[in-house]
Design a binder for this molecule. Sequence first.
Ligand code: G
Ligand code: G
Ligand code: MN
Ligand code: NA
Length: 262
Amino acid sequence: QALSSGLRPAIERGEFALEYQPLVGMEDGRVRGVEALVRWHHPRFGTLTPNQFIGLAEEDGSIVQLGRWALKAACRQARRWQLERPDEPPIFVSVNVAVRQVWDSDLVADVAGTLAETGLAPHLLQLELTESAVMGSAGRPLQALQALSDMGVHIAIDDFGTGYSNLAYLSRLPVSVLKLDGSFVRGFQYEGTGVHPNPADEVIVEAMIQLAHRLGLTVTAECVETSAQASRLRRIGCDTGQGWLYSRPVPPDRISELVVSE
Ligand code: G
Ligand code: G
Ligand code: MN
Ligand code: NA
C-alpha cells in the first residue's frame, strides 16, 4: 500500500503536524485544555486526516513511532503556551494513545522521558485511551496505567459508551476522565438540523454523568455543536465540552488567539 510504506520516512521528513481542539469548561466557557489531533501534510495527496492513515499505522506498527512523535510535539507545544502566558492558568494537552503503544512499547518510559525533556508538568498531560485499550488490561497495561497515574498524568477514556466496558470496571482502573462519545450528544437538543432528538440519550447521559461523578471521574462531552446542547449538558452537570460550537481543530497559533481573547 502506497501510504503505508511511506509512514516511517514521512515521520522522519517532518510531514506530520498537530492541530488542537479546545476542551472547554462548561461552567465558565474557558479553555481548560486542548486535544492534539495529528495531520499528515502529504507531498502528493495533500493534508490527510487520521482516519486515512491511523489504521495503516496500527497495522504496520508505525503507530508506535508516530505516537511517540505526537506525544513529544504536543508536550513541547503545551510547555510553550505556558511560557508564553506565565500569569495565566496553564492549559493541559490531551494526547491520543493507540492500543499498540500500551502493549508494544514502553509508554511509561516514553512519557517520563518526554516530560523531563520538555519540562511540562505531569498534571498538564492527559492521555486518551479507548475502552478496548484498557479492557482486560491486566498485567503490563494495567501496570503502565498505574505508573502513569502515580506520576500525575491524567488518563481519559476516549469515545466512552461505544464499547463494552462499564463504569464499575473502569472505577477500578486509574482513570480520571470519561470522554462521552459524540453519538450520545448528537441525539439530544439537535434543533433545526432535521435530526430528531432522542430523549433516551439525555436520560442516559445524565445518569452516566452522575455515576461518573460519584466514582470520582470528570466528564467531557464530545461533538458539542449547538448552544442548546451545551446548555443542556451544563445543566446535567457535564464538566467539559469539546466540539464545533467552541472550535474546530486548529493550528497552535490559533489556540493562542482563542485563549487570549476569552
Ligand atoms: O482529527 P480527527 O478529528 O479527524 O480525528 C479522528 C480520529 O483520529 C480520532 O478518533 C482520534 O482519536 C484519532 N487520532 C488523532 N490523532 C491521533 C494520534 O496522534 N494518535 C492516535 N492513536 N490517534 C489519533
Ligand atoms: O479522538 P476522537 O476520535 O474523539 O477525535 C475527535 C474527532 O471528532 C475528530 O475527528 C474531530 O474532528 C471530530 N470532531 C470534533 N468536534 C466535533 C463536532 O463537534 N462534531 C463532529 N461531527 N465531529 C467533531
Ligand atoms: Mn480523542
Ligand atoms: Na473521541
